[in-house]
Design a protein around this ligand. Structure first.
Ligand SMILES: [Zn+2]
Ligand SMILES: [Zn+2]
Length: 920
């Protein structure tokens, strides 16, 4: 596994199996894993949506669960607060207060969440039941200890500030348990990040969201949130009806997996807009005609602006009403109107057209702003819009208590009224209301309810849900009764059309856990994707995880596709060792066989390169430097070298060798200091360390090293009478090794040469036999027989061609006839004399052509046994450096795309059975 850390790495650290790579700043937590995976191509298009080259199915992890927990607005309206957790990310949608409560009681259940883990808080709109707890959470919880950010749209942020000032002022008046003060509110307000509608906002890796118009009020949006590919649409409050100034809620262009949807109005149906507008203005007109005052409790912002537009229009059309004043009793109103004027571009065509005609709709002609009740001359009929909308306190409550006893007056509740508030209670038309000071006040004024609430009704909501087509629907922001009615109605629709859409209505603090399909895909890109793989193909490359998406690519493409650059770790290990260079070479040769020896180009130090991957250098008099480029295989070789070096001191063979070589060594070397040395071992070491030249000592070659074997065999070959055999000392060494092995098992081993002394006779014999065989096969028209004939004839001029023909012929030949001794080795003769071995076991006999690795035996079972032994002999004969090919990494970068692997040891393959057995 390769793990990416930030920053370049150098030095001599011993970090096995880790390669450190420099990072582009774009990649923060990318994990690269070398994969070699069997390809499983899932044919379902929804699973492999973008991968042109197919995807590798990856192991599912246990965290594919989306947890939705309502800390408020679960089966209620008010204190909206929805927590989404998925893949270690946490998003909170809305942080409102409950209008029916004050102080801490109005907050969502914020203790249920560790706010420092929150990645982002998204506020849909400025209404208090969605935004008013934000300051408290930002300033008074551990949210500030984390890295979370807060987002809302530009108009929401602008209005939020004014609204919250008002909220602080009202809730702090006469209340001891105020949640926060103005300064805290402003401090947190400055940290809020304002976003545009339709802006794709990336919060962190794999976490992004986009705001879509929600209608409802100025700046209100829905959030389409994407966490690691999972899409959640959180609607907040939304309306699907275009009114005097706002656009209707949009249908986002991408289909979410989960829809978290308001259910304020349940299954109720709104009155058509023109009808209710007519009813509204008629009722106002009626109250004024009877000499009464009209009280319109509203939120400072939102529906108020819509009603102001409506009233201004109505007054303009009815000159007889011009003497009746319309007041908007809010100090905030003027400030907020400027916000409305600023964000006219986010409103609907109606408003923008008027604005473009220089007819600013928010400059009202018939409405006067009332800064405070003290300046209000309460004489005769009037229309008074006053906040707050729920009449829990403030101007609207004061006027309600003042005007309630007069039956000429009228109250029109125009928005949704939350349970437990005065606005809700008075709809039941009680005979008395309880004043702020606890006194009973008779109610004689008329009470009407005309909903201008900008929430969807059942028809709009169910159509919206149908269009969104989410797999899971979570109903929030609705009273239990409304919500369960809506749920039943939706369920009936889904059942009727055979849809398996799930509807959930979680209660506060009861987490809803949704499981999503665990299978993920890795996109193959670059060179790996050049050739579309087939089912079951093995894909070999680097697996890159970024933002919960997986990519598999060739290491060569790493920089091009990811911006990551690779670097290598060169590891160095110094070993203090008081033995001679020759001794080191001698031991290393014994273990690894062939070594490359030379001088380091940079420092001119004597260097041994072992298995092409690890260098051992004599860096100082009593010090060796082991240096290698880190990789799994090289680290392993280096470990073994270091272990070997550390053991040289105490190895009995070392002691023996140095004792033995003492006098001879000094004589050969001819160094002057010899006489001054105290001990033999030290003398050897010191001199050798200072003498960087090849010593012709008996120590220089290990007898078991490949070179040692060669030298030994060469000597023997020289003494051999047979000149032809002397050609390849290595073959001779191999044969001797094999002979020793076989001798240990069978006792008697004969060394022979192909062809033997009386070869011509045997060749003739075989030739004759061959013709017999050829004759017998003639009926079948087998060409192989002829080739076979040629193959066994001596043809020194065209060795290679014949040898090839021989192999082909043997491969094509049918299963040999039952074996019977003795074995004729003449059949092996192809014109090149070479060594062979003969072994006997009781009656059975086998001849081994050592060079070509062909065995002739008198029986199949004996041949198998001999072959097995010869294979073992070959394996033990092949030195480590020949048995393993390591990727050449000295001075080159990592990721050559090759793993270390077993080098092919010459073998007695089963592919050539016909050649193995032949009877004479
Ligand atoms: Zn709202
Ligand atoms: Zn709301």
């Amino acid at each position: 596994m390769i793990v990416v850390l930030q920053g370049p790495a150098t030095g001599e650290c011993r970090v096995c199996r880790f390669a450190v790579m420099t990072l582009n700043t774009f990649f923060f937590l990318t994990i690269l894993v070398w994969v070699q995976t069997s390809l499983i191509i899932d044919m379902a298009p929804s699973v492999v949506p973008q991968s042109s080259a197919g995807g590798a199915a990856l192991q599912a992890s246990a965290d594919d669960q989306l947890t939705i927990e309502m800390l408020g607005a679960g089966q209620e309206v008010g204190r909206s607060c929805c927590v989404l957790k998925y893949k270690g990310k946490t998003i909170v949608c809305d942080t409102g207060v409950h209008p029916a409560f004050t102080g801490i009681a109005a907050l969502p259940f914020i203790d249920e969440l560790d706010w420092s883990t929150v990645d982002a808080i998204l506020i849909t709109h400025f209404h208090l039941d969605h935004a008013a707890a934000l300051t408290y959470i930002m300033e008074k919880t551990n949210f500030r200890d984390g890295h979370g950010k807060v987002y809302m749209t530009h108009p929401t942020k602008a209005v939020y500030r004014f609204l919250m000032s008002d909220f602080v002022r009202i809730s702090n008046a006469g209340n001891d348990d105020n949640l926060f003060d103005e300064n805290e509110m402003l401090a947190s307000w400055r940290q809020i990040e304002a976003v545009d509608f339709h802006q794709d906002v990336s919060i962190a890796g794999g976490l992004r969201f986009t705001a879509y118009h929600a209608g409802h009020v100025l700046g209100a949006c829905m959030f389409l949130i994407e966490i690691a590919g999972l899409r959640i649409l959180y609607t907040g409050d939304f309306s699907r009806e275009e009114d005097r100034h706002l656009v209707q809620a949009e249908i986002p262009p991408v289909k979410p997996d989960v829809l978290i949807c308001e259910s304020t109005y349940g299954t109720q149906t709104h009155e058509p807009r023109l009808d209710k507008e007519h009813r509204f203005t008629s009722q106002i007109h009626h109250i004024i005609k009877r000499g009464g005052r009209v009280l319109l409790p509203v939120f400072v912002l939102g529906r108020a602006q819509e009603l102001l537009l409506l009233l201004d229009e109505y007054w303009a059309a009815h000159p007889e009403l011009h003497s009746v004043p319309i007041y908007y009793a809010s100090a905030l109103a003027k400030k907020c109107i400027s916000v409305y004027q600023t964000y006219i571009h986010t409103m609907n065509d109606h408003i923008r057209t008027r604005f473009n005609r220089r007819d600013n709709p928010f400059v009202f002609k018939h409405i006067s702003n009332l800064r405070s009740l003290e300046k209000f001359e309460d004489r005769g009929p009037c229309v008074m819009m006053a906040s707050p909308g729920f009449m829990q306190s403030g101007v609207s409550r004061e006027l309600l208590e003042r005007w309630a006893p007069d039956k000429r007056n009228g109250l029109i509740v125009s928005g949704y009224s939350v349970e437990g508030t005065m606005a809700r209670n008075i709809l039941n038309e009680p005979d008395d209301i309880i004043g702020m000071n606890g006194q009973k006040i008779p109610r004689r004024m008329s009470v009407d309810y005309i909903s201008f609430s900008a929430h969807v009704d059942f028809a709009q909501n169910s159509r919206f849900i149908d269009e969104i087509k989410a797999q899971h629907i979570v109903l929030v922001h609705g009273e239990q009764n409304n919500m369960s009615k809506l749920r039943a109605a939706l369920q009936a629709r889904f059942t009727a059309r055979g849809s398996d859409t799930k509807i959930h209505t979680p209660r506060n603090c009861e987490p809803l856990v949704l499981q999503f399909r665990a299978q993920r895909t890795a996109k193959a890109i670059g060179a790996i994707a050049a050739k579309p793989p087939a089912q079951g193909d093995v894909v070999d490359g680097l697996l890159i995880s970024k933002d919960f998406a997986y990519t598999i690519l060739d290491p060569k493409d790493l920089t091009d596709f990811t911006g990551l650059s690779t670097s290598t770790i060169v590891q160095r290990q110094r070993v203090a060792l008081a033995v001679s260079w020759e001794m080191v070479r001698w031991h290393l040769q014994g273990m690894y066989g062939r070594l490359q020896e030379g001088v380091d180009a940079e420092e001119g130090l004597r260097t041994l390169r072992i298995m092409g991957s690890v260098d051992v250098r004599q860096s100082a008099r009593h010090e060796l430097l082991v240096e290698w480029v880190s990789s799994i295989a090289n680290d392993m070789v280096a470990d073994s070298i270091v272990a070997l070096l550390l053991g040289i001191d105490s190895a009995p063979s070392s002691v023996k060798m140095t004792m033995h070589s003492h006098s001879h060594h000094h004589a050969a070397d001819g160094k002057a200091e010899g006489s001054e040395e105290d001990t033999e071992a030290e003398a050897t070491t010191d001199e050798e360390a200072l003498t960087p030249k090849e010593g012709g000592t008996g120590l220089s070659v290990h007898p078991f090293s490949e070179q040692g074997l060669l030298e030994d065999s060469e000597a023997k070959a020289k003494s051999s009478k047979d000149d032809e055999v002397r050609g390849d000392a290595y073959q001779l060494a191999k044969m001797e090794h094999m002979a020793a092995f076989l001798e240990a098992h069978f006792g008697q081993v004969e060394e022979l040469v192909i062809p033997e002394a009386h070869s011509s006779e045997q060749v003739d014999q075989v030739e004759a036999e061959g013709s017999v065989q050829a004759e017998s096969r003639e009926g079948k028209g087998d060409d192989a027989a002829d080739t076979d004939m040629q193959a066994i004839k001596p043809a020194p001029d065209s060795d290679d061609a014949v040898a090839d023909a021989d192999v082909e012929a043997e491969a094509a030949a049918p299963e040999a006839s039952p074996a019977s001794p003795p074995v004729s080795i003449a059949s092996l003769f192809d014109g090149t004399p070479r060594p062979a071995l003969r072994v006997f076991l009781d009656e059975a006999e086998a001849v081994i052509d050592v060079e070509n690795l062909v065995i002739l035996a008198s029986s199949e079972s004996f041949r198998t046994r001999v072959q097995h032994l010869c294979t073992l002999a070959l394996r033990s004969f092949t030195s480590l450096s020949d048995a393993f090919h390591l990727p050449q990494q000295m001075g080159t970068s990592l990721f050559q795309g090759k793993h270390s692997q077993l080098a092919s040891i010459p073998e007695f393959g089963d592919e050539r059975p016909a050649k193995m057995i032949r009877s004479s």
